[in-house]
Design a protein around this ligand. Structure first.
Ligand code: C2E
Ligand code: CA
Ligand code: CA
Length: 714
């Protein structure tokens, strides 16, 4: 609406100027569109301020003030015209000029104070110097033009100096707008800046118009220009489509501009022309040129130093990790040279913390850990985040840096309001590869120093992985079943299936050796499916057995298809779900997430869930609340402590109590002696497993035991 009125005002002005060339025209009429357009513009800025927030609101408010001065200047000019007697050029008083200048300066100040993202002091100073360069160039050119002007019209010198200043400021205003547009971000919509840009030209244009309109002095240059100023302001204050003010996306930082070049070339040409014509240069011209050169030099020096800073920033980004500010992997691997100790650290179960407490807490933990590493590593060391939850520290060989770091990881870290104990796996070596091999070996929160045997192990693992694949294909696996017996007489209550691998040579490989490799390579999924099917087939042959347990590793729990796999194995062999027990470890489900969801789905099938190696992981008791557990298998290490000091028995004692109140079954593992069995019985344990009763046995041997039990019972 205001836009339409402003356009009408500007159009009317053109008509009035044309009509005004006729004799007897009432000159005050040309000032009417001026007042209307400026008033509309002020109202437009006020509206814009009302719907904006933050720095944008301040910006519009400052423009309201600036424009009010311009309106006052226009009214003051009308007063000048009405009161003065004039011949030749229209009079313009010092008051009027001052008001125009103040208005313009306020507008420039408003633009300069707009926040521009990433606008450093250097950038700002460069912009100011550019403006100064343009202003001085205009001043030099203007002084020449003014000399000619004064010769022709004989106007007071002081008034013209003011005019010159105004021209310079006005052109500078344009430059400021351009500069701000090239800043990385600005809260002012780009379209608004485009509308503000031409306003800077109003000053010079009005001076030019004054000469053009000289035959009709009552048709004032200012009057002709100001409605267009008002129009541009109204357009600038319009809200962008959709009513949202978008932040201008960052443009690449602009370093070199043509401004100094154009300015120096222009002023050189000008001075050369003047010198050739007049044979001398005025003091103002010489002084102005010297100033110009100084400004250009300063500006270029600044731009060069900004280049250097930008290069530094680029370099920094290329070699540093954004989150922690540490070096990144690239820099770290390049920094490793002979004579160093390389320490690689890997936070254990960082994923679980990230999933459980959120990525912000995870990030905070990484930052806190980075800080601790930096402090401990000391000034000479290179500390890097190698990605994810892996860190690296590089120190001089022979220093105690590795020991210092290892000690440090024991203290809890405070991050995001939590005190967290993070277990760290540490690999130490003389070069990156060695440290990596050691770290792989350290997985699980240990500290491993590289030695040549690790390499051998690594090679063995690689061969093992290849062999596993073949063995699965060739059917080299079979299951043994270790009885779980009832105290005190030792009847077989259930069995735990334990996988065995017999090489073609007849040699038997321990699951402790190949299960981890099968997990790493993902082969455990296929092997696990075979184990489940075989164990279920066997369970069908032992209907009187209460439980057939199958070990399921962490990697298998991540497979969402596992519950279906179990259900179909049970169905295929006609085994009731209650006869199957799935043994999982605490660490596998500690992190929650998908593994826990799988366990819940398994439990929902009616399968029993047993927590294996209970007491060796962390958060053991807490897990009993989140995870649907039916059985806890008390780890062998606790059974080993039986009969010794009372503290050692305390855990075993406490566990039966807890299990009882929570309605859980307990199985004590690794019972090797009659004394242990007796003590467990005294402490209230009913189910035990161990070499004292039976080793893992082939299925036929278990069938024999079952037959024996049956005979004994009869
Ligand atoms: P686990 O699940 O804790 O299995 C118990 C291990 O302790 C078995 O070793 C068993 O032979 C051994 N053991 C039983 N009683 C005694 C005892 O009185 N004294 C001693 N010293 N040891 C005893 P095994 O069969 O070598 O299995 C080692 C580990 O390999 C198992 O520990 C389990 O984590 C894994 N594993 C075995 N079979 C499977 C399987 O079918 N699938 C998966 N995912 N893991 C398996
Ligand atoms: Ca087990
Ligand atoms: Ca166990």
């Amino acid at each position: 609406m205001k836009g339409a009125w402003a356009i009408a005002a500007a159009a009317t002005e053109i008509v009035l100027i044309v009509l005004g060339t006729r004799a007897g025209f009432p000159w005050p009429l040309v000032w009417v569109p001026v007042v209307v357009a400026l008033a509309l513009a002020i109202a437009g800025y006020r509206d814009a301020a009302a719907v904006s927030t933050g720095p944008l609101r301040t910006f519009w408010r400052r423009l309201v003030v600036a424009l009010s001065f311009v309106l006052a200047a226009a009214l003051s000019q009308v007063a000048d015209l009405a009161t003065a007697t004039w011949s030749g050029l229209p009079p313009i008083g010092a008051r009027t000029l001052s008001l125009y200048v103040v208005g313009t300066l306020l507008a420039i100040a408003a633009l300069l104070r707009l926040p521009g993202g990433g606008r450093s002091w250097r950038r700002l100073t460069t912009a100011v110097l550019d403006v100064a360069v343009v202003a001085v160039t205009t001043g030099i050119a203007g002084s020449e033009y003014m000399g000619w002007f004064i010769d022709k019209f004989g106007v007071s010198v002081s008034a013209w100096w003011l005019n010159t200043a105004m021209m310079a400021i006005a052109v500078a205003g344009v430059v400021v707008v351009v500069k701000i547009m090239s800043a990385q971000q600005s809260p002012v919509p780009r379209a608004a800046l485009w509308w503000l840009a031409p306003i800077g030209l109003a000053g010079p244009l009005s001076t030019v118009l004054m000469t053009v309109l000289q035959p009709w002095p009552h048709l004032n240059g200012s009057a002709a220009v100001l409605p267009f100023v008002g129009l541009c302001c109204v357009m600038a204050s319009r809200r962008p489509a959709g009513g949202v003010t978008r932040v201008i996306p960052s443009a690449p930082p602009q370093r070199g501009t043509a401004i100094p070049l154009v300015a120096t070339v222009l002023s050189s040409v000008l001075l050369a022309t003047v010198y050739l014509r007049e044979g001398h240069l005025s003091t103002a011209q010489v002084g102005g040129t010297t100033l110009l050169l100084l400004l250009v030099v300063a500006r270029q020096a600044l731009a060069l130093s900004e280049n250097a800073t930008l290069l530094d920033a680029v370099e920094h980004r290329a070699t540093h990790d954004e989150l922690t500010g540490l070096y990144n992997r690239r820099h770290f691997t390049e920094a490793v040279t002979p004579g160093h100790t390389v320490v690689l650290l890997d936070l254990r179960e960082f994923r679980a913390i990230n999933d459980g407490l959120g990525t912000d807490a995870g990030d905070a933990l990484l930052v806190a850990f980075a800080g601790r590493l930096t402090t401990l590593a000391g000034p000479g060391a290179v500390v890097a985040r190698l990605g994810g939850d892996e860190f690296g520290v590089l120190g001089p060989r022979g220093s105690d840096i590795a020991d210092r770091l290892v000690h440090a990881t024991a203290e809890p870290l405070r991050a995001a309001g939590h005190d967290m104990i993070v277990e760290v796996s540490v690999g130490i070596g003389d070069d990156y590869r060695e440290a990596e091999v050691a770290l792989r070996e350290a997985a699980g929160g240990r500290v491993v120093r590289y030695d040549a045997s690790l390499d051998r192990e690594l090679r063995q693992r690689a061969t093992l992985a290849a062999d596993l694949r073949r063995a699965l294909h060739d059917g080299e696996f079979h299951l043994l079943y270790q009885p779980i017996v009832t105290l005190p007489h030792g009847e077989v209550y259930g069995v735990e299936s334990l996988v065995r691998w017999t090489l073609p040579s007849g040699e038997i490989v321990s699951p402790a050796d190949f299960i981890p490799v099968a997990e790493d390579t993902g082969l455990i999924v296929e092997l696990g499916a075979w184990i489940l099917d075989t164990a279920c087939a066997q369970a069908a042959a032992w209907p009187r057995l209460h439980s057939v347990a199958v070990n399921v590793s962490a990697r298998q729990l991540l497979d969402p298809a596992l519950p279906d796999l179990v259900a179909s194995a049970l169905a295929r062999h006609g085994v009731p779900p209650s006869q199957l027990t799935v043994e999982i470890t605490e660490t596998a489900v500690f992190g929650g997430g998908r593994a826990l969801a799988t366990v819940k789905a398994l439990s929902a099938l009616g399968v029993s869930i047993a927590l294996d190696d209970f007491g060796t992981g962390h958060s053991s008791l807490g897990l009993l609340r989140t995870c649907p557990v039916d059985v806890i298998k008390v780890d062998k290490s606790f059974v080993d402590g039986l009969g010794g000091a009372p503290e050692q028995e305390a855990v075993v004692t406490a566990l039966t109590g807890i299990a009882e109140t929570m309605g859980l079954r307990t199985v004590a593992e690794g019972v090797e002696t009659a004394a242990q069995a007796e003590r467990l019985h005294q402490l209230g344990y009913r189910h035990v497993q161990g070499f004292h009763f039976a080793r893992p046995l082939p299925a036929a041997a278990v069938s024999d035991l079952l037959a024996q039990d049956q005979r004994a019972a009869a």
